[in-house]
Design a protein. Structure first.
Length: 276
C-alpha cells in the first residue's frame, strides 16, 4: 500500500508541475521528451536481460496509442485549462474504458455508461460558469477527453495482449510501450512548425521528473504495489490522485478555484464515476 500512496502523491504533483514548470515549451516536444526519457528508464533496467529482449509490434502500437497519442492531446490541454481542471477532467477515463470495450472488443456498453456521459457533460456545463474564456474551456475539456479515450483504449488493448502473453516481464512490456510512444510523438514533434527558446534549468528538471520519476519510476512502483493489495485498496489509491492534485493546485501553485461552480460540477463527475 505504501508504494501506491507514494505514487498517488507523486502523480498528483505532476499536473501543476507540467503547467508551471514547462510554460512556453512546445507541447509536442514535451510529449516526445517525456516518453523518450521513460523508455530510457525501462530500457536501461532491461539491459541485464538483453538476450531475451525482442520487439513486439503489437506492444509498440499499443504504446503509441496509450502513451503517445494520449500525451499529445493531454499536454496540449494545459494551454487552455488550469492544472486543477486538467486533473478533474481525467476522472472520465472509466467511461472511455467502457466505450473502448465496445469499440475494440465488441462488448456492450452498460446503460450506466450512457448516464455517466450525460452526468459528466452536465457537470462540465456547471463548472464552465464564470469562466473568463468559454472557448478555451471547452477546447481544453475536449482535448482531455480525447486523451482519456486514447489512454483507456490503450489499457483495454494492453489488458487483452497481456492475457495472451502473461509470461513476459513488466520491464520488457513498458520499454516496448514507451518506445512505441516515443516513435509516434517524435513524428508530431518533427512535423511541428512551432519554435521555442533554449530550455531553462527548470524546464530540464521538470522534463527529467516527468519522464524518469513520474512515468518511469511511478509506473514501475505502481505495478509492484498493485500486486500486493486488494482491488479495493487499489481503487482507493487511484481515486485520491485527483483531490490531492486540486489541493496542490490551490495551495502550492496558487490557482484560483471558483468553489461555487467547481464543487457542484465535481459532484456530477463523482456520481458519474460511482455508477460505472
Amino acid at each position: 500500500m505504501n508504494y501506491l500512496i507514494f505514487v498517488s502523491i507523486l502523480w498528483s504533483f505532476s499536473f501543476g508541475i507540467i503547467k508551471y514548470g514547462l510554460e512556453g515549451v512546445d507541447s509536442f516536444f514535451i510529449s516526445f521528451s517525456r516518453n523518450l526519457i521513460a523508455f530510457s528508464f525501462f530500457a536501461g533496467i532491461s539491459l541485464y536481460n538483453f538476450k531475451k529482449f525482442f520487439f513486439d509490434y503489437k506492444l509498440l502500437c499499443i504504446g503509441a496509442i496509450q502513451f503517445g497519442l494520449m500525451y499529445i492531446f493531454y499536454i496540449q490541454s494545459y494551454q487552455f485549462l488550469p492544472a486543477y481542471l486538467v486533473a478533474t477532467f481525467t476522472i472520465t477515463t472509466p467511461i472511455f474504458i467502457a466505450i473502448s470495450n465496445k469499440v475494440l472488443l465488441k462488448k456492450d456498453i452498460p446503460l450506466a455508461g450512457i448516464y455517466a456521459i450525460l452526468l459528466v457533460l452536465t457537470g462540465s456545463f456547471i463548472m464552465r460558469y464564470n469562466v473568463v474564456n468559454p472557448f478555451d474551456y471547452w477546447k481544453g475539456f475536449f482535448l482531455i477527453q480525447i486523451a482519456n479515450f486514447f489512454f483507456a483504449a490503450g489499457q483495454i488493448l494492453f489488458k487483452d495482449w497481456n492475457e495472451k502473453n502473461n509470461n513476459i516481464d513488466i520491464i520488457h512490456n513498458f520499454s516496448q510501450l514507451f518506445l512505441g510512444a516515443s516513435i509516434v510523438t517524435s513524428i508530431f514533434y518533427i512535423s511541428s512548425t512551432n519554435s521555442y527558446d533554449s530550455l531553462s534549468n527548470l524546464n530540464l528538471i521538470t522534463l527529467f521528473f516527468l519522464g524518469f520519476i513520474s512515468s518511469g519510476l511511478g509506473f514501475l512502483l505502481w505495478n509492484i504495489g498493485a500486486t500486493k493489495v486488494s482491488t479495493e485498496k487499489l481503487a482507493i489509491s487511484n481515486n485520491i490522485i485527483i483531490p490531492i492534485a486540486v489541493i496542490n493546485s490551490y495551495l502550492i501553485f496558487g490557482e484560483q478555484i471558483n468553489l461555487f461552480s467547481f464543487l457542484p460540477g465535481l459532484l456530477f463527475f463523482y456520481i458519474a464515476y460511482r455508477i460505472l
